[in-house]
Structure formats: C-alpha cells, structure tokens
Design a protein around this ligand. Structure first.
Ligand code: HEC
Ligand code: HEC
Ligand code: HEC
Ligand code: HEC
Ligand code: HEC
Length: 470
C-alpha cells in the first residue's frame, strides 16, 4: 500500500551488508595481520629487518632503451604514482601521527614493497628521505621480480631482487641486460590480488576486487583482471624483438589520472586520457526507471530505480570505495520546469548533502550512495581506516542489480507531464576530504564529476478524481 506521506522517503537500505561479513574467509587465513606490535606486524610484507636490498632493483628508466612503449604507458599509470600521490602522502602522515610510529609501514607495504621490505619505510620514516627507487612506487621490477603469491591480499608476494624477470612470453629473445623467465602467474588475477585486496591491520576489509572476482562468473568465463586492465595488442615487446600478437598494455586504466607534469601541462593529452576513463566507467553500470503511466495530482509518484552492475567481474564500485564517491542524482520537474523533487545535488562546496557537508543543515535525507562509508567504534562515520571498526558499502555485486524506491510528491494543481532525469555519478574524491587534507589548492581541479549512466522517464499527471482507482 502506498504511503500517504507527501514527504519523499527512501525505503531501500542505503547500505548493503558490511564488507566484513563477506571477507571472513580472507581474514581467517592464519596470518598475523591483526596485532599492532610495532616494528614487525607481518614477516612477509612488513619485516622488522630488511628482506630486500633496494639497490638490487633497477629503475624503469633502465628499461626504456629496449621497452620504450611499456615505460611510456606505465608512466601514465597510477602504479608509477603510488608513492607520490598527494592524497596518499597526506593520509599516511595523519596515520603516522595518530598511531605514533606504530604500523607506519603498513600503507607503504603495497604502494612500495621495495621501500617497506628494503628497510627504508620504517616507523617514523618521512617521504623526503626515501631513495628514488623507493619513490618509484609500483615500478617494473616490483612486479616482474615476483616469484609467488603467498596470500591473495596485503602485499602477499614473495619477491626476489636478484631473480630473472618473469613474464608471459614463453620464448623470450635473449638480451644482454637481463635474464627472462616465463611464469603463468603473470597471466592470473591472483597476481593482482597480492596488492589489490586490502585488509587494515585491525582486520577490517578495505578493498576486495579479487574476492569479488572469485565470487563472480568471470573466472569460469576465463576473464582475468588483465583482460580488462591490460588489454592485448600486436607489436614488439622490445626493440628488435619479433612481432607478437599478445602484448599487454601497461596503462592499467582505472578511474583516475596521475597528477604528473606531463599530463597537467598537456590539455590535449589530459582530454584523451579522461575520455578513456569515461569510456571505461560507462561500461560499468546501466540504469532503468520504473514509473506508473500516470499519477494523480495531490498524491505521490513511486519511482523505482534499478542499477545493474555490467562489469560482471567485480563490484561496482570496487577498490578504494571509501575514498570514491558514487551516487545517483535524481530530478523530477513539472511541465513548467519547476523542480518537484531532487536528490544527489552538490552544495556550494561541491559536497553532497550528507553528514560530511559543512553547510548546515545536511539537506539530502534520500541520498543514494553506492560508494562505502567507514564507521568508528561509537558508530560515527570516519574518514580514516585505522579509526574504523565497520565498513558499510553500497557497492553492487558482479552480475547483480540494486533497486531503490523514491517517492516524488505531486502537489494539487499539477498538470501536464512530470519529467524525471536520473544520473549515476562517479568521482575519485569528495571535496570535503581534499579540504580536510589541505589539498584544495593543488587538487581542486581534479575533482571531476563523471557520468556513468543516465535514464529518464515521463509521467502524465491527471487531476484528482479523474484517474480510475484500482
Ligand atoms: C594491501 C595493499 C595496500 C595497502 C596495505 C594500502 N593500499 Fe592504498 N591502495 C592499494 C591499491 C591496490 C589501490 C588502488 C585501488 C583503487 O584505485 O581503487 C590503493 C589506492 C589508494 C589510494 C587512492 C589513490 C588514487 O588512485 O586515488 C590512496 C589515497 C591510498 N591507497 C592510501 C592508502 C593508505 C593511507 C594506506 C594505509 C592505511 C594504504 N593505502 C594501504 C593497495 C594498498
Ligand atoms: C603492476 C605490475 C606490473 C608493472 C608495474 C609492470 N608490469 Fe610488465 N607485465 C605485468 C603483467 C601482469 C604482465 C603479463 C600480463 C598477462 O600475461 O596477462 C606483464 C608483461 C610484460 C612484458 C611482456 C610483454 C607484454 O607486453 O605482454 C614486458 C616486456 C613487460 N611487462 C615490461 C614491463 C616494464 C618495462 C615495466 C615498467 C615500465 C613493467 N612491465 C611494469 C605486470 C606489470
Ligand atoms: C638491452 C635491452 C633490454 C633492456 C635494457 C631490458 N630488456 Fe626486458 N627484454 C628484452 C628483450 C629482447 C626481451 C624479449 C622480448 C621478446 O622476445 O619478445 C625482454 C623481455 C622482458 C620481459 C618478458 C619476460 C618473459 O619471459 O615474459 C620482461 C618482463 C622484461 N623484459 C622486463 C624488463 C625490465 C623491467 C627492464 C628494466 C629494468 C628491462 N626488461 C630491460 C630486452 C631488454
Ligand atoms: C570485465 C572487465 C573488468 C575486469 C575483468 C576487471 N575489471 Fe576492474 N574495472 C572495470 C571497470 C569497468 C571499472 C570502472 C568501474 C569501477 O570502478 O568499478 C574497473 C575499476 C577498477 C579499479 C578502480 C576502482 C576505483 O574506483 O578506484 C580497480 C582497482 C580495479 N578495477 C581492479 C581490478 C582487479 C584487481 C581485477 C581482477 C580481480 C579487475 N579489476 C577485473 C572492469 C574490469
Ligand atoms: C605491488 C602491488 C600491486 C600489484 C602487484 C598490482 N597493483 Fe594495481 N595498484 C596498486 C596500488 C597501490 C594502486 C594505487 C596507486 C595510487 O593511485 O596511488 C594500484 C592501482 C591500480 C589501478 C588504477 C586504479 C585507479 O584508481 O585508477 C588499476 C586499474 C590497477 N592497479 C590494476 C592492476 C592489475 C590489473 C594488476 C595485476 C596485473 C595490478 N594492478 C597489480 C598496487 C598493485
């Protein structure tokens, strides 16, 4: 029975089940990621004594003479930027001061395993004092010297700094610079899982694209992370080497551009790369609106919104969903263009009207969020994973859809048609986070709101008494 209330209310739950419930099996693997014991939280990824020698690792610069295309693509990827990203640095520094030196090297354990295992990223480290190879983040050899994935999360790779370079070429042409080695691991999602599934040191699941992938139809269909994020092309793997048809793009296209001078100072390049991100995002989801054919003035319109995850290989959104913002903007207007109802609008600071808006009152009770929220021990939202004890997500599982119902008030006297427009939006960071980190001046231009998918509907309004009641 439809409610007679004229106030719009959301009946669908804003949040899905907590992430923890799904990831219990990941957490129970028997590794000691939980206890905060200071220097040696984890012998593999955060050893108390160095287990790697940073000088064993070559810079991406050293590969350029033979692998110019791989280097040029990697340079435009987020992997190259994992230790210099201003948001990463700001968060790490807050964590360092919050936890007073304990667990300082956790964040760098994936963003630079060479730094963390090499004894440079130690409790109390500062980014200014790190060596160039540590600052190269996820550089070529951080991946290509991986021997094994010991666990599919939290920097679960076994790395050997003196090993031959592993890859997917079965018959690598010999070269004077390095030994090559075929290893099927590089063609598997498990390889990416070692870094892409993230568990806070308190056991909280932060990111789990690989766990999501395992639960999806993608493994059976032979679709790996590489299928979408490292598409194949024909060319030469190294200058002078034979032509191959199964080389892999090293752009690792995702949702964000690195903030490097090459991109920032080249609007044409930035536009091309931004268009690629938009294209990827537009494959992520579809949306349908279900509305009655007509509505009686003075009553309310039940608007059902269905968003479907079209990726099929991991949740939408996935990864750093607590940093990202994904939401549905809905506007209903009458024939004269007067807004009858809206949700998902930005306030004067560019923020959504929820608890994080600094403009009182937070005015968007219906806000439909697909990204996630960290909750602390007293039930309050927090921006910092190390203060969180719960991770509530609005993500849609692969192969699934989610339905939301909104009630649009239709005042007496409304005539003509009601036009409804809905957009699923994505942005990498909300302005309130960037402001809190003191980065508004340097990053304000990065907070682009992207459209993932749109839908619209029209409903005929009939005068009260004119519509035939059921
Ligand atoms: C287990 C590996 C791992 C650990 C540990 C880790 N991260 Fe990450 N981090 C990732 C991966 C993988 C991504 C990319 C996910 C994405 O873009 O959705 C990422 C992305 C990020 C981003 C977003 C960068 C961007 O592209 O906008 C920030 C900021 C960040 N991490 C901060 C942190 C902080 C702070 C910590 C410590 C609390 C941390 N990370 C610990 C693996 C890790
Ligand atoms: C995040 C991990 C990662 C980083 C960083 C990385 N690679 Fe790769 N690379 C891979 C994977 C995975 C494959 C194989 C993909 C597959 O088989 O599906 C690969 C394949 C290759 C190949 C074989 C030819 C091809 O394209 O398939 C070469 C050569 C190569 N990488 C060179 C480099 C160089 C040079 C750099 C640094 C500029 C680099 N890689 C950075 C993961 C990485
Ligand atoms: C002197 C030239 C040269 C330099 C310098 C060089 N490589 Fe290579 N590399 C090659 C050649 C040649 C191949 C084989 C390509 C083929 O057969 O298609 C190769 C193959 C590879 C493979 C694939 C191995 C396999 O079996 O799948 C990887 C990965 C790789 N190189 C990474 C790197 C990295 C990382 C660097 C820099 C640290 C680097 N290379 C520097 C010439 C070079
Ligand atoms: C069928 C293609 C496909 C496959 C397979 C796939 N992805 Fe994605 N991925 C996407 C699309 C589309 C997006 C953009 C929408 C989103 O963020 O969810 C994306 C986004 C991402 C992001 C950025 C998320 C963010 O908002 O910061 C990460 C990280 C990622 N994928 C990692 C992975 C990993 C790891 C795997 C393998 C376990 C994988 N992907 C497999 C299509 C794919
Ligand atoms: C050594 C750890 C590590 C490995 C291995 C790794 N990644 Fe990443 N990846 C990261 C981190 C950390 C980031 C975020 C860097 C940043 O933005 O600060 C990232 C970012 C990304 C992004 C960009 C997401 C965005 O926000 O735009 C994509 C896509 C991605 N990785 C795909 C892959 C795939 C596919 C593989 C496996 C072939 C892989 N990664 C292997 C650590 C890793």
């Amino acid at each position: 029975m439809p409610s007679l209330s004229t106030l719009p209310v959301v009946v669908a739950a804003l949040f899905g089940p907590p992430l923890l419930a799904c990831g219990d099996d990941i957490a129970d693997d028997g590794d000691s990621t939980g206890a905060a014991t200071g220097g040696s939280l984890d012998p593999l990824s955060m050893p108390s004594e160095p287990t790697l020698t940073p000088s064993d690792f070559n810079s991406a610069r050293d590969c350029e003479q033979c692998h110019p295309d791989h280097v040029a693509e990697w340079e435009l990827s987020r992997h190259a930027y994992a230790m210099t990203d201003p948001v990463f640095r700001a968060l790490v520094e807050i964590r360092q001061s919050d936890l007073d030196g304990v667990e300082d090297q956790f964040c760098t354990s994936c963003h630079s395993s060479i730094c963390t295992r090499g004894g440079e990223c130690i409790p109390g480290f500062s980014f200014e004092s790190l060596s160039p190879i540590a600052l190269e983040g996820i550089t070529c050899e951080a991946c290509h010297k991986v021997q094994e994935v010991v666990r599919p999360y939290n920097s679960g790779h076994l790395i050997d700094g003196t090993a031959a370079l592993g890859g997917n070429i079965k018959d690598p042409t010999r070269n004077a610079y390095h030994e090559s080695k075929y290893d099927a691991l590089f063609d598997s999602s498990e390889f990416c899982a070692g870094c892409h599934d993230v568990l806070e040191t308190n056991g909280l699941n932060l990111e789990r694209p690989y766990a999501e992938w395992l639960e999806s139809a993608a493994p059976a269909a032979g679709k790996t992370c590489q299928s979408c994020h490292m598409p194949t092309y024909e060319g030469v793997a190294a200058l002078g080497a034979p032509t191959r048809t199964d080389l892999h793009r090293h752009r690792f296209l995702g949702v964000e551009l690195p903030r490097i001078p090459e991109i920032l100072s080249d609007p044409a390049l930035a536009a091309t790369l931004n268009a690629e991100i938009d294209t990827l995002l537009q494959t992520a989801a579809s949306m349908a609106l279900t509305v009655p054919e007509q509505v009686t003035a003075g009553r309310q319109l039940d608007l059902v919104i269905t968003v479907r995850n079209e990726i099929g290989a991991h949740a939408f959104p996935t990864g750093s969903t607590n940093l990202r913002q994904v939401w549905i903007e809905v506007t209903a207007t009458n024939g004269e263009g007067t807004v009858l109802y809206e949700t998902g609008k930005l306030d004067a600071n560019g923020d959504l009207g929820n608890v994080w808006s600094t403009i009182e009152p937070h005015s968007d009770p219906d806000l439909l969020l697909l990204s996630s929220t960290l909750i602390d021990a007293v039930g309050q939202p927090t921006l910092y994973s190390w203060n969180a004890s719960e991770h509530r997500t609005g993500s849609i599982s692969p192969g699934h859809d989610r339905t939301f119902t909104l009630f649009v008030p239709v005042p007496e006297g409304t005539t003509g048609e009601i036009q409804i427009e809905a957009v699923v939006h994505f942005r990498t960071y909300p302005p309130h986070l960037i402001a809190k980190l003191g980065l508004t001046d340097t990053m304000g231009d990065a907070l682009v709101v992207r459209d993932v998918t749109t839908a619209s509907a029209t409903v005929q309004v009939v005068a009260s008494g004119a519509m035939h009641e059921e």
